[in-house]
Write a protein that binds this ligand. Structure first.
Ligand code: ZN
Length: 422
């Protein structure tokens, strides 16, 4: 990083200046933060400095992460079927759980608000002196950061409960919504209170309005309890101890929870199995019918059974080959009168009262493992001249199950309950 730091120093990278001070970059151990004007020429300068550094050091920049995730390469152009927006939602909402930049920014904003209200910080004091409250209407000249904090505060207003404390209550008298969820400014035209904090109206643990006896909201305000001692001015409704994840999940609170996520991301999940099941449930596998919709024509016949048209629903598990495999591993599935879909298999296990939870978890694992290996078999059959019988598929899956489960705590019980899987 020292070499890169020197590279930036000798380049024409345009710095950020304030008075006599100019800042180009901040170097700390192996990390470097670069500050500069957001311009095309500056981006070119930075790119050039990075390229020179890469040529000399052999260290390349890891860019285009999403492309890497989908394609395994930053250079290859390939088709991906699940949108990045869908991918970057929490697992319980049907995504892969990768956080989006917007969600992280939002969670950082709420985190900042949390510290602003609940802890004595210099930056909090300074912002309070400058802007009074995030709930005060924005000044035109307010900084971008404050505008962001203010918009974040309005988004989480319903999730925050404000409390008045007898000691050093720094809440804004007029703008913070401490009066049973409302701000005094919403209840009355009390703009004379503009720059006051709540603590200025509290004396010896009681409300004190000696100079404001004609104030119209006195009854309503004095009804707000003053809590003793140093307490958090703000609490999060629904969690006594909110953490960054609480704020992050709030960003996605408008999204519906998908019931199947617990089948995919269960306790004993193997990442590669679950990733393929996830793709299956979101129509993300490149079967003949899905490719045909994008004008990519391949042989439409399912390579596993060589009888019917290939689609995701057919492959899992309406295909004679795949259903023979899964029902051989878990004979319970022979109860289906018609070939089931993947979700029906999961729901069947989920609703089966005779199975213990650890047995259900095992079944989810077996289904996920089966989907993964059957998809591999399908690809082998489609792209090579090899042959594959139901028994071949079953043998490979049983081997994978044995390798994964040999050290599980209840393995002996599982062997008795599901002998065909071992
Ligand atoms: Zn088939």
């Amino acid at each position: 990083m020292d070499a890169f730091s020197c590279g930036i120093d000798v380049s024409n990278f345009e710095v950020i200046s304030c008075g006599n001070t100019s800042v180009k970059h901040l170097l700390y151990a192996d990390d470097i933060l670069v500050f500069g004007k957001a311009s095309i020429s500056n981006a070119d300068m930075l790119n050039e400095a990075l390229s020179i550094f890469a040529d000399h050091s052999g260290l390349k920049i890891d860019k285009l992460c999403s492309k890497f995730l989908f394609h395994g390469s930053v250079a290859a152009k390939k088709l991906h079927l699940v949108s990045w927006k869908k991918t970057s939602t929490p697992k319980c909402c049907g995504g892969l759980g990768l956080p989006s930049i917007n969600s992280l920014q939002f969670a950082h904003g709420v985190s900042f608000l949390w510290r602003y209200y609940n802890f004595d910080t210099i930056v909090g004091d300074w912002l309070r002196a400058k802007y009074s409250s995030p709930y005060k209407p924005l000044l035109v000249r307010a900084s971008k950061f404050w505008k962001f904090i203010s918009s974040t505060a309005s988004k989480v207003k319903g999730d925050l409960a404000f409390h008045v404390s007898s000691i050093n209550c720094n809440l804004s008298m007029l703008w913070d919504p401490w009066c049973a969820g409302f701000a005094v400014s919403e209840l009355s035209q009390g703009h004379l209170l503009n720059n006051y904090t709540v603590k200025e109206f509290i004396s010896d643990g009681r409300w004190s309005f000696s100079n404001w006896s004609a104030f119209p909201l006195l009854n309503r305000i004095t009804y707000v309890p003053i809590l003793n001692g140093p307490i958090h001015a703000v609490t999060w409704i629904g969690s006594s101890n909110p953490v960054f994840k609480t704020f992050y999940m709030k960003f996605y609170s408008d999204l519906e929870t998908v019931h199947w996520y617990k089948f995919v991301w269960h306790k004993n999940t193997a990442l590669r199995h679950s990733a393929y099941v996830w793709l299956t449930l979101l129509d993300g596998l490149k079967t003949a019918d899905i490719l045909a919709k994008r004008n990519i024509v391949i042989n439409p016949v399912c390579p596993l059974c060589r009888k019917e048209a290939e689609s995701i629903v057919h492959c899992f598990f309406q295909c004679a080959h795949t259903f023979a495999v899964i029902s051989s591993l878990i004979p319970l599935f022979r109860n289906f009168l018609l070939p089931p879909t993947l979700l029906q298999l999961f729901d069947f296990i989920d609703g089966n009262r005779r199975l213990h939870n650890f047995e259900k978890e095992f079944c989810y694992f077996v289904i996920c493992c089966t989907v993964y290996y059957l998809w591999r078999d399908r690809n082998t059959l489609r792209f090579t001249a090899s042959k594959n019988t139901v028994q071949d598929s079953i043998r490979r899956i049983i081997h994978a199950i044995k390798v994964k489960t040999f050290n599980w705590k209840r393995i002996e019980l599982l062997k008795v309950a599901f002998p065909s899987c071992f």
